[in-house]
Ligand binder design. Structure first.
Ligand SMILES: [Zn+2]
Ligand SMILES: [Zn+2]
Length: 137
């Protein structure tokens, strides 16, 4: 059987769109498995390998951010705007922290170390709101 290249292309494009749709509606910074489960719920014909491959392609093309904030789990972020992350040490929840107000002196660092910073990932760790209340109780 000959697979029509155009058909494959359309299928891949549709699957990438589904992944982007899932990521734009999910602010929890889901894992590969979470994303697959949600995409699969939307389209039963999409297999795990395809989702994994397309997520990697989206990361390579800069449409999705790969986060290594957990030691063991890789998470994905559909929000490409510059922001930092807070991760709760108790429940592993990830919260977006807006860039505003936390300024990294990139120009000064570039100058002092003679480097060129393109990206900055800052991860704050601690207890989220709910976990703090749980401790107090
Ligand atoms: Zn927590
Ligand atoms: Zn984020």
């Amino acid at each position: 059987m000959v697979i029509d290249k155009e058909v494959v292309f359309i299928r891949n494009t549709k699957q990438k769109e589904l992944i982007l749709q899932v990521l734009s509606n999910d602010k929890s910074h889901p894992t590969m498995k979470d994303i697959y489960n949600k995409v699969h719920a939307l389209d039963k014909n999409v297999g795990q390998a395809t989702v994994y491959r397309n997520i990697n392609k989206l990361v390579d093309s800069g449409k999705v951010k790969r986060l290594s904030i957990d030691k063991d789990i890789t998470r994905y972020d559909g929000d490409k705007s510059n922001h930092y992350h807070f991760i709760c040490n108790s429940c592993n929840k990830v919260i977006d922290i807006p860039y505003k107000g936390i300024n990294v002196p990139a120009d000064k660092i570039n100058h002092d170390y003679n480097i060129q910073i393109d990206d900055c990932e800052i991860i704050f760790r601690g207890q989220c709101n709910e976990c703090q209340s749980a401790i107090k109780r």
